[in-house]
Design a protein around this ligand. Structure first.
Ligand code: TXE
Length: 508
């Protein structure tokens, strides 16, 4: 029995041989002539299931089902209290099934299972609880400044949302898309990444177990080129929320433009992690390691460009490389693993290509730089540190999305901040300093949607999250989600009998 079979048996699970979509509260039947994709465990490369691809007709059916569900009013007209109750029950069910969900996600995404169970799965539950709370207190607007009239601003759900989830944090990110759209009464069609269908499918079923009417969420599966493209170009969707890469986002936006469908994009980053001489050295070191190696480096908020001030540069680099060499890399099912494999083979090869280009362009390899040879046929990359002299290298300009970091030395704050901004991305930034002046300059001058000072990534769901420049369009967040997933409506009512012009009475 392989470790995969053992882990599945330990959880008392049986994986379907063929994973199909889930529409109208029922699994889509297996079709003998449909395209199939292999779903593999990234820790070993072994196939764990097949994925049936939904073609354009199947996608149209899922969209029609979500539309019918929306128009039935079962969810779109449900009371706030009813929606809150479903979200809260679902959050509790997710927490109760955390080990199972973590396993399903680990089997497809290869993320370390301990990280999944302790952080990513609870995040999915927290997202639902957060939006349940928010819809209980969100307010409309009333204007009474216009004499004789009262203006109220109300919102109604936009309709059917198309949600595209990525493979790097399927549950945490899909749950944010689901919570943000469903909280306000929308229905949706969700396309998980073709590499990571299992955990999301299970979460959707838990939402239904919690009382979500069947048909409120439809799940479709398949490649981006077939299933994703069909969903993005559907005439009958009202919103598109996409988390993924910039190249795909451009295609989604082009498809959306046909029907003027509004888009919300959460794309990549190439974020600076600035360490000043006056930082608390140990905290900066610990945090910088977390910022690049969390999620095996496959995270949009990675601090993948470390900028370190000259006074501590030698000491910092030596310590950073030593700790990187000591990371526990291996089987993601092993609870002690800190860095797992990449999510799929083509991504591993893409990262090896980034590494080769960095070397050719003159970056100095300090450690890692290859696929380890002692870990079998999983899609591993040895945690890799380069020292660079220039921010122009492709390593510093392109998102690698793996356990690969560059370190560059700077002399003063102006240089650090200008290096931080020398990027087409602008998602987040990190700064380690005990100087108020440095921290304030960083906050004022760095172009990024979220900044962290003296802490690694800590997410506050109340705050907006999203990127400047090519890192995205729009923001996650409670008010921001309300703005995107609802239509606002202004209603102006007469108070009493304000005068009305009398047309057609000139002859009197
Ligand atoms: O993602 P894609 P890829 C970044 C990261 C990574 C790069 C490419 O730098 O190396 O993007 O990753 C669906 N119409 N991020 O190629 O293609 C696809 O099926 C509609 C950052 O794997 O963007 C999947 O569900 N949909 C990131 C989703 O898009 C299409 C997360 C994302 O896949 C489609 C992931 C099409 N034409 C990658 N083509 C983040 N922001 O966290 C593909 N898809």
């Amino acid at each position: 029995m392989t470790t995969v079979d053992q882990a599945i048996a330990d959880q008392g699970l049986t994986l379907p041989e063929v994973i199909t979509g889930y529409v109208g509260g029922e699994s889509v039947p297996v079709e003998s002539n449909a395209n199939q994709h292999a779903v593999t465990f990234p820790g070993t490369g072994e196939q764990i299931a097949s994925l049936q691809e939904d073609d354009a007709a199947a996608v149209a059916n899922a969209v029609a089902c979500a539309r019918n569900s929306f128009e039935s009013g079962e969810w779109s007209n449900a009371s706030t209290a009813a929606r809150q109750a479903v979200f809260r029950r679902a959050a509790n069910l997710i927490r109760a099934h955390a080990t199972e969900l973590a396993l399903l996600e680990c089997l497809c995404a290869g993320l370390p299972s301990s990280h999944l169970a302790s952080r990513q799965v609870p995040r999915a539950a927290d997202n639902l609880d957060f939006f349940a709370d928010y819809i209980g207190v969100m307010a409309g607007e009333t204007f009474e400044q216009m004499s004789g009239y009262q203006t109220t601003v109300t919102r109604q759900p936009a309709g059917v949302a198309a949600l595209f989830a990525p493979w790097n944090a399927p549950l945490a990110l899909a749950s944010m898309q689901i919570a943000s759209s469903l909280a306000f009464g929308n229905t949706c069609v969700l396309k998980p990444s073709e590499y990571t269908p299992l955990s999301i499918l299970r979460m959707v079923k838990l939402l239904e177990e919690a009382g979500l009417p069947a048909g409120t969420i439809g799940v479709i599966n398949g490649s981006g080129a077939v299933t994703g493209a069909a969903l993005a170009s559907s005439f009958d969707i009202d919103r598109i929320a996409f988390t993924g890469g910039g190249a795909t986002a451009r295609q989604v936006m082009a498809a959306a433009s046909e029907h003027l469908t509004p888009v919300h994009f959460e794309l990549g980053g190439k974020s600076a992690n600035i360490v000043f001489d006056d930082a608390n050295f140990e905290r900066a070191l610990d945090g910088s390691l977390v910022n690049i190696f969390s999620n095996s480096g496959q995270i949009c908020i990675a601090g993948s460009r470390i900028l370190v001030q000259r006074g501590i540069a030698e000491r910092f680099m030596t310590a950073f490389v030593a700790r990187t060499r000591s990371l526990t890399i291996g089987d993601p099912l092993d609870p002690t693993t800190e860095v797992g494999p990449m999510a799929f083979k083509a991504h591993q090869l893409r990262i090896l290509d980034h590494i080769a280009r960095a070397t050719n362009e003159g970056a100095t390899l300090l450690c890692g730089g290859k696929a380890p040879t002692n870990l079998g046929s999983g899609y591993f990359i040895a945690p890799t540190v380069f020292q660079v002299e220039s921010n122009n290298l492709s390593l510093c300009q392109e998102e690698v999305f793996g356990p690969v970091v560059s370190i560059q030395i700077f002399d003063d704050a102006d240089e650090a901040l200008s290096l931080a901004n020398d990027s087409r991305f602008g998602l987040v930034g990190y700064c380690w300093t005990n100087s108020l002046a440095h921290a304030q300059a960083f906050q004022r001058q760095v172009d990024a949607g979220t900044l962290w000072i003296n802490t690694p990534l800590a997410r506050d769901l109340r705050a907006p999250f999203g990127g400047f420049k090519e890192s995205g369009i729009g923001r996650d967040g409670p008010r921001q989600a309300a703005d995107f997933f609802t239509e606002e409506k202004a209603t102006i009512s007469a108070l009493g009998n304000p005068p009305i012009r009398k047309l057609g009475q000139l002859s009197d």
